[in-house]
Ligand binder design. Structure first.
Ligand code: ADP
Length: 217
């Protein structure tokens, strides 16, 4: 299937996309991850993107389009993919349509992950990555055992640079202004599905499979 995941920062797009990838083989394509890789590698593109990302603003459309075009033409995206964090505004949605029509492909669904503001703030301010295992954890929602497992193994609980409160507010505002209008765009195209995305990872995943109409693996 070819799926777009829509939703505010912290709505769980990445987590659910990873699960779909591991169960169905549709690669998770996250523009945020691809951009962070470019930043870590210190490429020209990465250097350009870093300040914009640290402030929680959107990287230029043509930069992101280049990344997406490249990634979608990869062999593993032939039979399906899960786009996570793209498109993020109307221009990018139009760009995606052009790229897909050039590849003679169509989207099957755009899924909105719907979460209340309070939960988003907790998920984002509490989010940590274990430096040792790469596991995603949360100081509000993970169990003490899970958190200890990381530190006992000599790992550190790292925060993403853009997970501080000021940047989070800006990212949520950018979402409301630039990305939320895509909900209507996909509704008008008949592709929109909505998932109530408060709740546990497993609950949300099972709702997601239901709206996608696929059987669980
Ligand atoms: P989140 O959705 O939790 O904010 P992401 O990892 O998707 O996190 O994105 C992190 C940052 O990367 C964004 O705040 C933005 O600066 C940049 N970014 C990611 N995807 C895009 C995109 N499609 N267009 C422009 N900028 C993007």
């Amino acid at each position: 299937m070819r799926i777009v995941l829509l939703g505010a920062p912290g709505s769980g797009k990445g987590t659910q996309a990873q699960q779909l990838q591991s169960d169905y083989g549709w690669p998770q394509i996250s523009t945020g991850d691809l951009l962070r890789k470019a930043v870590a590698a210190g490429t020209e593109l990465g250097l350009e993107a870093k300040a914009v990302m640290d402030a929680g603003n959107l990287v230029a459309d043509d930069v992101v389009l280049g990344i997406i075009k490249d990634r979608l033409s990869n062999h593993d995206a032939k039979t399906g993919f899960v786009l996570d964090g793209f498109p993020r505004n109307r221009t990018q949605a139009q760009d995606l349509e052009t790229v897909l029509s050039d590849l003679v492909k169509q989207l099957d669904a755009a899924v909105l992950m719907d979460v209340s503001f309070d939960i988003l703030m907790k998920r984002l301010t509490g989010r940590r990555t274990c430096s040792k295992t790469g596991k995603l954890l949360n100081v509000y929602f993970s169990s003490q055992e899970e958190l200890d497992e990381c530190t006992d193994a000599g790992g550190e609980l790292l925060m993403r640079v853009d997970d501080n409160e000021a940047t989070i507010r800006n990212r949520l505002q950018v979402y409301d202004q630039a990305t939320a209008p895509l909900i209507d765009h996909y509704r008008a195209g008949g592709l929109l599905r909505t998932v109530q995305a408060d709740g546990t990872r497993a609950e949300v995943y099972s709702r997601l499979l239901t709206v996608l109409g696929v059987v669980s693996q």
